[in-house]
Design a protein around this ligand. Sequence first.
Ligand SMILES: Cc1cc2nc3c(=O)[nH]c(=O)nc-3n(C[C@H](O)[C@H](O)[C@H](O)COP(=O)(O)OP(=O)(O)OC[C@H]3O[C@@H](n4cnc5c(N)ncnc54)[C@H](O)[C@@H]3O)c2cc1C
Ligand code: FES
Ligand code: FES
Length: 1273
Amino acid sequence: MSAARLTGTKYGCGSGGCGACTVMLSRYDPHCSANACLLPVVSLHGAAVVTVEGIGSTKTKLHPVQERIAKAHGSQCGFCTPGMVMSMYTLLRNQPQPSLEDIREALTGNLCRCTGYRPIVDGFKTFCGVSECCQNGESGKNCCGGGPSTLCNAPAWSQVRTQEKTVQTLVLHLHFQLMLQKGGGGRLCFQGNRVKWFSPADLSDLLELRAAHPNAPLVVGNTNVGDPGFCRERVTDPTGTGALWAIAGVTFGSACSLSEVKEELQGAVGRLDPEESRVFQALLNTLRCLAGKQIRNMAVSRGPQRLKCSAFSVAVASYKLTHKLPFSPFAGGTREVPLNEKFFAGFGRTHLRADEVLLSLHIPRSQPWEFVSAFRQAQRREFAFSIVNAGMKVVFKEGTDTVQSLSIFYGGMGPTLLRVKRTCEGLVGMSWNEGLLEEACRLLAEEVALPPTAHGGKTEFRSILSLSFFFKFYMQVVQELREKVGRHKRKRSEPESYLLTILHPSHIQMVSEIQSSKDPVGRPRVHIAAFQQATGEAKYYDDLPAVSGELFVFMVTSTRAHAKIISMDFSEALRVPGAVTFLSARDVPGQNRRLWFNNTEELFAEEEVCCVGQIIGAVVAESREQAKRAAERVRVTYDDLSPVFFTIEEAIQHQSFFNPKRKLERGNVDEAFGKVDRILEGEMYMGGQEHFYMETQGLIAVPRGEDGEMDLYVATQHAAFTQEVVGHTLGVDSNKITCHVKRLGGGFGGKVMKIASLSAIAATAAYKTGRAVRCVLDRGDDMLITSGRHPFLGKYKVGFMNDGTILAADITYYSNGGSTLDESSFIMEKALLHMDNGYKIPNLRGHGLVCKTHLPSYTAFRGFGGPQGLTIIESNVDLPAHQVRAVNMYSEEESYTHHRQPFCPRDMVRCWDECLEKSDYSSRRLAVQHFNATNRWRKRGICAVPLKFGIGFSKGFYNQGAALVNIYKDGSVLVSHGGTEMGQGINTKAVQIASRILGVPMSSIHIKETCTGNVPNAAPSAASFGTDAVGMAVKDACEKLMKRLEPVMKAYPKWTWSQWIVEAYCQKISLSATGFFMGPHTSVDWEKSEGAAYYYFTFGACCSEVEIDCLTGDHKNIRTDIVMDVGKSLNPALDVGQVEGGFVQGLGLYTIEELQFSPDGALRTRGPNQYKIPALCDIPPQLNVHLLADSQNPNAIYSSKGIGEPPVFFGCTLFFAIKEAIAAARRESGLNGRFALSSPATVEKIRMACVDRFTEMVPCPEPGSFTPWAINV
Ligand SMILES: Cc1cc2nc3c(=O)[nH]c(=O)nc-3n(C[C@H](O)[C@H](O)[C@H](O)COP(=O)(O)OP(=O)(O)OC[C@H]3O[C@@H](n4cnc5c(N)ncnc54)[C@H](O)[C@@H]3O)c2cc1C
Ligand code: FES
Ligand code: FES
């Protein structure tokens, strides 16, 4: 598509895991959404592909889907937006009257890292006729009151869809009809450079091809085959047949997509008596969670190599379904095989012969005394591979509860499908009662035991899950048997249509009634690039057309954690067609170093490597595929060095720490411990987090061929630093290097440091070859090379009085910094500076040590150590929320933090009180207690936390901002500033500010890009300080201009803006001004433990309720209420977006996102299929965000407050609520004491902490007695 200049379809992962590349595929049948990254072009023969560009544009007309997502504030960085648009668009093409459940399903395969999903759903809900408020009201009104061009009272899709019947659609329809009449035509063959594709004419042709090319994979949905690699031949399958409804069950043609299977099964469930459709219901339940909608549209039910691992196939298998396999006609006929453990030969393999083709899949109806269920548990509730899945079926002797036969199959318990034969046989003839349960568990525990070294790790958890699944099955059957005897009709399980209750943020701030309706400040204006983002017109660095002669660079990274580089042989690499050159340290013309506050980091490792993933070289080639292939052929020999260690504990043992080691202390901690009533000691571990910005890191370096000039089009949050590093690397002054940043597809702190190194490497390649060089990291390499949020370990000792007052706390924080310092010491400082949160702890001491390990260097991530610092103290507040304020919170008007910075906590206390009130905390707490008392296997928890978060850089010199404002003769205004737009809306706010001061509409003001040539030496867009700095600078520049224009305006008061500008020009008044903001001189004296570290504090409070499934570890986020103090918001819609998006990122940090490393330090989680960020299914159905009213902040622009980072911490409410729920479950097992739970609270950790009879049946292997599959670092 890039060749066709259709850049709206984005690359986010290349593996079907994010949905950024969603397009609509149309054949004669209904349209379907599909992942472009998995679609081989040849598979599109005879199909129409509609990309986001095909449905609307800002030049012609926006499609309502594009318009509504934009107006609902559903686009922040915009990188996921075209994919979201295309998923919704496809739904509307198929379903003119979509339900909320349809929307939920349509979006299951689309991830967004910025918004928190709520506004996206809000925009799309309008198509169901659900009225939404645009929140774009004027003159003190929350809502614009409706109208044809707004979101309010927007017509349902059924009322507007007539627009869709375009001539193009009709032509396509006719074309497909003709194709259908003509039949498929003959065999097609596509010959590429490396691969040959056959598309057979019909089934017999397919069989012929299979016989002739037994090694060529059969590609259907290609969701499993993926990249062609070096297999030279492949066959695409045209044998799609629809589902056949038969008396005995449903037969699916083997090319039915999983979506079609699902639809058919849904139909069958609707038609049949629940008793007869048990198996269909079980399959439906698992199909709902299997992959995303796009994958289900493409993947076929018999993609057997993969599906063997799914609950879907397990449930099918347990039912002894058959596949009909036509033998090659030459061998003669078809055969029927049961889909059971004998069918699957091992991981990714079946016993199908190379010349065989699966023809159909038959699923019979359930019989009256048969009970069947399927179970799966995954890292995330939907759109995730299951960790363990199971299919179970029991047949009773008619009219009794005596087991006639039992089949149990597990997936995820070994390399292939596991049938627990011994257990099943052992239970035949028994009655379905407690005795059977006991015996079943005993037998199962023996039969499913996994060795601790098993592939995939989590072995104890997986074994316990297999027992828990059986227990669930047992309970379900008991229930169903009761109903059967009682002749009750069984209620069908309906999917949770939780979108029904996704609520709008209840309260945003409104501007005062006297504010001019032309003044946009304080109004919820739509992100200024939202329409371009929704139409795919918004350009990111990789969307820029290729520069003539452009090359591509691909990194070669270390495969060893600590080793001496003996040699690098790149001769094979340079033999790959298209390879141009190999780069290493010796090609760097200037310094092979990135310098950061006296800390240096090598760009290319020269002699030694200190982590897996360290860049040691790079290959430059004509195309990205060639560069990648060539890089794979670079041979490096190493001599391993010791010691090698990765974890915080190991670093403590080796006393391996970076300098400086920090300490903060208030009061006399040791003395206070002597006075307290009780002391708690313990530790808490918080895992790291991957940024997973949707746009991976990269840039284009363009040498200008004169005087060493180089332009870089780069995704950086810190253009000035990138410029500086590139200059040092090339040995060229900064004035020759220009960095251009149009926008970022998300940054979250991850595009400050590493991107400078990548830029320097790409610039070196451009320097060496004299040609433009593009660098785009693959998702896997991005995750490996650039790393993310630091794992932290907090060891604490906290002293309380009997009323809960914390009198003393002594905390030592250890962070895993990885192999180089990067920003780790500043991050540790921020953790220490936040260790008091909102609590006045008179005696408080914190030590901070950054561990040096052999992992890729950890770096900045939204919150910058704040969440880790806050979480440890929060884990020690041992009081119910309603007592916290009275006992521990700061309350004096003039309070002092533990680093002696004065502040007023009034608004924090207001947030807290409002949060408890709005969330109805007290009565819900009682309801939770009641729920827990009446449910054994489900438990709930509720938790509230306050927040005090420092805004600005504690390194004072960074607190500055600069801008340049130009007015052109036609009256239009161009604003340039030093911040970078990465979705947070900094450009929108800058334009709002300029519009207020200049008095011109926002539409007359433009921001083109961030450019080091326009605004030099800018600070990074970070520390929640971007808008504060840039906003003030823009204001300053605009005020200067207004001052210059004042005489003209006074002289001609009736003239228009354009007339004034022309007159000013004629009077030779400069229409260009720079603006500057000199921010506060923050600093901390670490020796004295004091200093004003921050400009001011943003406050808030959050309350969340969750429910856990004690048997599987699954959890459901029920409701979250947030009250946030953003001062007087510049743009409440953008601020609410930051709050929701930050909270959802915190949700991932504290509950889902888990990075795994192999014991030799290699990152195992290198894509969305292994690493799960929150999806739509994870959002609490009730997510209420309230912006605190009547709040002031004299320090920042127009009394607003920075908001980017603080809400991440609120994710911890889910963690602590889960912990409370686990505590309730443990009490049922007689365990009343405190227990440790590390973050994130994954399904595994929840299940393991809910100790019960099943957990006790699985032996815990002795730590150190085996090599685990993955380690916690
Ligand atoms: C992002 C993502 C998420 C996923 N999540 C899940 C999940 O949660 N649970 C789960 O179980 N799976 C999951 N999958 C796997 C998915 O279900 C399989 O990839 C899919 O079923 C394969 O179908 P396909 O048509 O794409 O097969 P292809 O990729 O085209 O082929 C798969 C294999 O089957 C062979 N094959 C295909 N058709 C036939 C036939 N008729 N006869 C003989 N051999 C044949 C092919 O030669 C190939 O070896 C996921 C995949 C992705 C990309
Ligand atoms: S890029 Fe295709 S799904 Fe992520
Ligand atoms: S707006 Fe969705 S990823 Fe940025």
